[in-house]
Design a protein around this ligand. Structure first.
Ligand code: SAM
Length: 271
């Protein structure tokens, strides 16, 4: 028996029909609507994520002083219309690849690369609560422009690239690109395979997501739990260790149809 109200039953966001990654309208993703809804101002959940991620990277490089002065190659997979994962890697990177499939998001990222919009300053200020950020980056806009390259591609093809990004992020992508659990696990695998042994990584996930709307279009999601996130990442992590932090919904829900957010941090293991 379907106990949902007719309105709910007809809502494409709440009724997950099977939709593979290749079937969603990624080129019609509306970055302006997405940024406006998600990142126009700094929400409590993103502030919590930034706190966890900045500490993870700062601790990693404090404990690995050999890499402290080196400029690394970083990647943000499925960067979309979010700059803060890339900003979180900026102090340690000479190059950052923003890897993204949607032509609309690629155009947004290329535009932001030149001089990013002022609302991203709040996100940078939150990162600077870890003093290494301000210490190593005097002018984040200039460093971002210098370091960032935007690359259009399909993350499932990342395995054909020589492994080697030395730091990486993937935020709200593996679970927010398909209804298929197999594609969720494969996307995480491809992300981890793209990283060099020992590379620190941070990933974020929507928990229990039923899909989402951006502008006029709906996009698929796979409902994952903290246990799924651990299962997907640990086989590729150093010592199979991944710090998983469910952060719930501090400050209230961003939208309908999800149960919280999950942050996962660790280091890539050796082959
Ligand atoms: C929910 S958005 C997340 C965007 C951003 N990372 C964030 O934190 O808000 C999912 C992103 O994954 C991208 N994406 C979907 N399928 C992809 C694929 N096969 N390869 C690379 N990117 C993909 C989408 O275009 C979109 O930008």
């Amino acid at each position: 028996m379907d106990l949902r109200t007719p309105q709910t039953a007809n809502d494409p966001v709440r009724t997950p029909v099977r939709r593979l990654n290749s079937e969603a309208p990624w080129d019609a993703f509306d970055p302006a609507a997405y940024v406006d809804h998600n990142y126009g101002s700094l929400r409590s959940d993103d502030a919590k994520i930034l706190e966890i991620v900045r500490k993870h990277f700062a601790d990693h490089f404090r404990d690995s002083p050999d890499h402290g002065g080196e400029r690394l190659r970083g990647i943000d997979v499925g960067a979309g219309a979010n700059l803060y994962p890339a900003l979180s890697m900026l102090p340690w990177c000479g190059e950052i690849t923003l890897f993204e499939t949607s032509t609309a998001n690629v155009a947004y990222l290329n535009d932001q690369r030149v001089s990013y919009d002022p609302h991203w300053d709040q996100f940078w200020a939150a990162l600077c609560e870890q003093d290494v950020y301000a210490r190593r980056v005097a002018d984040p806009r200039a460093d971002f422009r210098r370091a960032v390259t935007v690359e259009r591609g399909n993350l499932f093809d990342l395995r054909r690239r020589p492994a080697g990004w030395q730091i990486g992020t993937m935020f709200f992508v593996a679970e927010s690109m398909s209804t298929s659990e197999a594609e969720f696990f494969l996307a995480v695998e491809r992300f981890m395979e793209a990283l060099a042994p020992g590379a620190p990584f941070a990933a974020a996930f929507m928990e229990g997501s039923l899909g989402y709307k951006v502008g006029e279009h709906s996009f698929p999601a796979c409902s994952v739990s903290a246990a799924d996130v651990r299962k997907s990442l640990s086989p590729f992590a150093e010592g199979e260790e991944v710090a998983i932090t469910p952060i719930g919904m501090p400050g209230g829900a961003l939208r309908e149809g999800y149960e919280g957010m999950i942050v996962a941090c660790g280091r890539r293991g050796s082959e």
